[in-house]
Design a protein around this ligand. Sequence first.
Ligand code: G3P
Ligand code: CA
Length: 244
Amino acid sequence: MRIWAHRGCSQRYPENTILSFEKAAAIKGLTGIELDIQLTKDGHMVVIHDERVDRTTDGIGDVGGFTLAELKKLRIPAGNGRTECIPTIEEVLELLTPNFRDGFQLNIELKNNNYPYEGMEEKIVSLAAEKGLQRNIVYSSFSALSLEKLRRLDPEAQIGILDWKVSDCLFKARGGCGADALHPFWRAMDLPAERLRGYTVRAWLTGHLYPETPTGNRLDLAALEETGITDVFLNEPEMYCGER
Ligand code: G3P
Ligand code: CA
């Protein structure tokens, strides 16, 4: 089972922050990090999950309603009086440069299924090319149209289609959205494993995020593999790496 850090190490540290990515980058044996991008009012790619800043920062409003300079003033509580800020994708790529040399992967989810963020595909594909990171990046989205566009922009890109059921992922991939991997919810494996043979199936989970207390619950990764899952996005990757 390949293990990814979902929004960084997001159970013990605030999700999608440089702190959570630093912790993940230091884990031995981790396949990669997953994060979410959106566009600011002035067209910068920033790393944040929700379309609004309310849940994770001390601000209120839509991500797309702020300029980058305005967003950078918002604080994300990180414990013991410390704070983080919303990173740009460029800052995360910079942080991960040493990891990328060893084949480390970054799953960039384009959060564009609610707001279509015009031009985000062009911006991220061109940044990846400029940095020479095409082989390190996996793009994903719940928007099949966005993935179709990404595939046109980079015919060699690694692309995963996000959906709830694995059957919906599979049929969208076969239907021409351009995805070469399936990204279903881990509890929605509604096809027998034989039908998924040959596919990379990266499953996502919901669950506990900082500042909630870790539950101590453990997943049975071997049982998940039997359902056809090849990779998992975990909030607590540090608890599983090394046990494969
Ligand atoms: O990419 C998998 C997963 O991150 C999708 O769900 O809501 O955590 O972005 P969400
Ligand atoms: Ca995500």
